[in-house]
Design a binder for this molecule. Structure first.
Ligand code: KG4
Ligand code: ZN
Length: 342
């Protein structure tokens, strides 16, 4: 039995949560910075770091109070230590170090991507290793074999944009504002996906990598043609993206070694159409499909606290340095055609 305080600050959500080893979320708070970044159409790192610094301490106080606990009742303090916007990561990690020192509790430095990757196990106690994970967020788009805590084999990644990034850019092109994913999903419900022909990059290629830059450019051209309804473009984009995701994931299912389930995590996993298509694919392969509830898909601290529970006993030193880049599978070969992004 253990209780972990989790802290998340790697992008534009400031969050704190208390989770125990019985998978109970004792308390959690998230302060979104959407309003602060909206005028810029994306996350501004400096604004994000300042907002984290202002908001984090009161959030931590609030979750402790809500759970009726003090720091002395907590078995470890887990914080996202990368990858992400480094200013924000440093705010969360330094706060966690200070609390760990003050309360004489161990620090556990969490890879944000591992937080996403293990979040389905917080939601579903029956999920066992190994599983095939589609990790789709604003910064990442990967197919991973999750063999255990800290044990990942990357089967595929994007050679340009992440899937969430493609949703956000489509939203921007259509004038839907920021953050874009949920807005595109809502508008797509009213559109006809067949009304706008769009490409499906890398469909059928041998390795399960992704590419969304060409799709995004095609969305821009469709918009600039001035003849399509926004809803039709949104629906066509979402369908093209889903066709790519399903084809690439099917390919990965053929490579993965005896996965117990098909699992999706990360912000884009909140999308109902994406979830529905993946569930059907899992069914075709006779596998269970596991997706965390939407609130656990987008950035949150419960998943960081849960990763801390999974890592309880594996303390990190107080001089652990925040990492702007931190791949889950450092041995993975770069995807052919990959640019500077990972
Ligand atoms: O995991 P997350 O909250 O932050 C990162 O670590 O990146 O993912 C955020 C991404 C954004 O690109 C957002 O547009 C996308 O997830 N997203 C969605 C939906 N909800 C969030 N994309 C499509 N449909 C959604 N419902
Ligand atoms: Zn994330």
């Amino acid at each position: 039995m253990g209780i972990v305080l989790g802290i998340e600050s790697s992008c534009d959500e400031t969050a704190a949560a208390l989770v125990d080893s019985d998978r109970r979320v004792l308390a959690q708070r998230i302060a979104s910075q959407d309003e602060a970044h909206r005028p810029y159409g994306g996350v501004v790192p400096e604004i994000a770091a300042r907002a984290h610094a202002e908001r984090l301490a009161p959030l931590i106080e609030a979750v402790l109070e809500e759970a009726g606990l003090g720091l002395a009742d907590v078995d470890a303090i887990a914080a996202t230590a990368g990858p992400g916007l480094i200013g924000g990561v440093m705010v969360g990690l330094v706060t966690a170090k200070a609390l760990a020192m003050a309360a004489d509790r161990p620090l556990i430095a969490i890879n944000h991507l591992e937080g996403h990757a293990l979040s389905p196990r917080l939601a579903d106690a029956s999920l066992q290793f190994p599983y095939l994970l589609l990790l789709v967020s604003g910064g990442h788009c990967q197919l991973l074999e999750v063999r255990g805590v800290g044990q990942f084999r990357r089967l595929g990644t994007t050679i340009d944009d992440a899937l969430g990034e493609a949703f956000d850019k489509t939203a921007k092109i259509l004038g839907l504002g920021y953050p874009g994913g949920p807005a595109v999903e809502r508008l797509a419900l009213q559109g006809d996906a067949k009304a706008v022909p769009l490409p499906r990059p890398l469909l059928g290629s041998a390795e399960p990598h992704f590419s969304f830059a060409g799709l995004k450019s095609a969305v821009l051209r469709a918009k600039e043609a001035g003849i399509h309804a926004n809803a039709d473009i949104a629906a066509a984009f979402q369908q093209a993206a889903i066709d790519c995701v399903i084809d690439r994931t099917r390919k990965a299912l053929g490579i993965a070694e005896a996965p117990t389930a098909l699992v999706v995590a990360g912000g884009v996993a909140a999308n109902k159409a994406v979830r529905g298509a993946l569930e059907a694919l899992a069914g075709q392969h006779g596998l269970p499909f596991v997706a965390p509830p939407p609130a656990l898909c987008t950035d949150n601290a419960a998943m960081i606290a849960w990763a801390g529970i999974e890592r309880l006993g594996q303390d990190d030193p107080l001089d652990f340095v925040a990492r702007p880049r931190w791949p889950l599978d450092p041995d993975a070969a770069p995807a052919r055609g990959a640019g500077v992004k990972a």
